[in-house]
Design a protein around this ligand. Structure first.
Ligand code: CTP
Ligand code: MG
Length: 181
């Protein structure tokens, strides 16, 4: 695969995993998933992981996968690069995996004594990739193998932190997020 083609496919295939984090920021609020409970001195997950944000994130990822699947033929023809449609299970793995990765990251942040909103370089940028890709491989194995070749995975690992830093900076400037990470 040519480099540009690999980048386009990687970005396209990861969109249903990218959007949930941003949608959660907008949808978030209300009851935290941990119900305010602590483990020892520290919160289990913290007030930054809410049911509403998580549900909103997953629904946004699924909806986007549906829209991309409808557009896939036209987009492929228009740009001359064959982008893939999403199966329902692939969409679920990407969207739910992204939210789960983010939740696990908060669990780790709290265990390591980080307050809500504290940064954890590396984890903040790749938490959702680390869970969404394996979950998608598990739920939609054939789809995953056909889309995520090793070069696509490499691009995802390099591209995701860059996109993450950029979009969070924008969300911060727009006043949607409290911290720029
Ligand atoms: N959010 C949410 N539910 C989620 C993820 C995010 O409601 N599952 C919302 C919260 O309002 C959160 C904001 O999106 O404050 C930003 O998300 P994130 O940076 O992941 O949370 P933080 O507040 O930074 O908390 P943490 O330190 O646990 O990451
Ligand atoms: Mg944060």
């Amino acid at each position: 695969m040519a480099v540009l083609e690999t980048i386009v496919v990687a970005f396209w295939a990861m969109l249903p995993a990218y959007v949930p984090n941003n949608a959660a920021v907008v949808a978030g609020g209300g009851r935290p998933i941990d119900g305010g409970r602590s483990w020892g001195e520290k919160r289990l997950l913290g007030d930054g992981k809410t049911w509403r944000g998580t549900a909103g994130g997953i629904i946004a990822g699924l909806a986007l996968a549906g829209v991309l699947t409808m557009l896939e033929g036209d987009v492929s023809a228009a740009i001359g690069i064959d982008v893939p449609p999403f199966t329902p299970l692939a969409a679920l793995g990407l969207a739910a995996g992204a939210m789960l990765g983010d939740i696990l990251a908060s669990f780790l942040k709290r265990r390591t004594g980080r307050q809500r909103g504290a940064m954890f370089p590396g984890l903040d940028q790749l938490d959702f990739v680390v869970v969404s890709l394996p979950l998608t491989a598990l739920l939609a194995t054939d789809w995953f193998v056909s889309v995520f070749s090793w070069d696509v995975i490499l691009v995802v690992v390099v591209l995701t932190p860059i996109l993450h830093v950029t979009t969070n900076m924008i969300a911060y400037k727009l006043g949607l997020k409290n911290e720029p990470w």
